[in-house]
Each structure stands twice: as C-alpha cells, then as structure tokens.
Ligand binder design. Structure first.
Ligand code: CUA
Length: 162
C-alpha cells in the first residue's frame, strides 16, 4: 500500500523539478519587447552580460556597442571605473548602434534616455533589450520612468553622445 504513496511522491517531486528547470530557462529568455536587433547575437552571451565586469558600455565591433545595466532600487549599475568608483556617466560615439540590455533583481524600473527613443520597462525575471542609435551629440539623462519607491527620483545617470 505504501509503495503507491512513494510513487506519487516521486512523480510529484519530478514534476516540481521540471517546473523549476522550466522557470530557469524562462528567466534567461529575452523579453518580448526586444525588437529590431541587428547586432549579431553570437557576440552577446546573455548569461555573461550581467556579471559585474561586463556592466556598462562595451565595444563589440566597429560602431557597435553593448550597454549592460542592472537597475535596482535606487541605482543604475553601469560597472566601475579604473578607480573602482561606480560609473554614472557614459560616452557614446554619435551614430553608433547600441544594444541596451537591462535586468532588475527587485521591482519594475524604467530605462529612458530622455529626449531619445531609448525607452523601455525593466521587469524582474526578464532581460529587457533594445537597440538604439543616438545621432545628435549632446548630454542626455538616463532616468527611471516607472515609479519604484522612495528613491525613484534618485535613479539617473548621464549619457554623452560625442
Ligand atoms: Cu527605478 Cu523608478
């Protein structure tokens, strides 16, 4: 009689395990809002993208960059500079193509480079990505446009198109 219960328990455990695996694969999936990506995906490793050393702007090819960002309450992590200080200012050569990839470990944040079409939502469990080309030189503000808590207004960085 007991064997039957062990069997049910075993099958139940297996199903739970498969569900967890499925969720894991889902986590690394790309958010449906990504569109128009022209940068060769072979050059970007989604799992590697958000390691501390890979945050910020990285050149992948002539005129092609990847910008990896971890948005969290209440900060944009863009990596650190040579002195180990957090990067809060990014310089992008005008006319280059930038693939922005962003994740968040906590709540929904926004990613908006004010005055440009770089605008997307960053949701827990997804990699939000979009490709942008900034043609107009100048200084722009990267800001969070989704209310995320008391420090929402402190989430910003500057982007300089040169
Ligand atoms: Cu993050 Cu508002």
């Amino acid at each position: 009689k007991y064997e039957k219960w062990w069997l049910i328990l075993g099958v139940g455990t297996l199903i739970a395990f498969l569900l967890i695996l499925g969720y894991g694969a889902f986590y690394l999936g790309t958010h449906p809002q990504s569109h128009g990506i022209t940068i060769d995906p072979e050059k970007i490793d989604a799992e590697e993208s958000f390691k501390p050393e890979n945050l910020g702007l990285t050149k992948v090819d002539e005129g092609q960059y990847v910008l990896n960002v971890v948005a969290s309450a209440f900060n944009y992590d863009l990596g650190t500079d040579e002195e180990g200080k957090p990067v809060k200012h990014i310089q992008i050569p005008k006319g280059s193509t930038v693939l922005v990839q962003a994740v968040t470990p906590d709540v929904i944040h926004g990613f908006n480079i004010a005055g440009t079409n770089a605008n997307m939502m960053v949701e827990p469990g997804f990699i939000s990505s979009m490709e942008v080309t900034l043609n107009k030189p100048g200084e722009y503000t990267l800001l969070c446009n989704e209310y995320c808590g008391s420090g929402h207004h402190m989430m910003f960085a500057t982007v300089e198109v040169t």
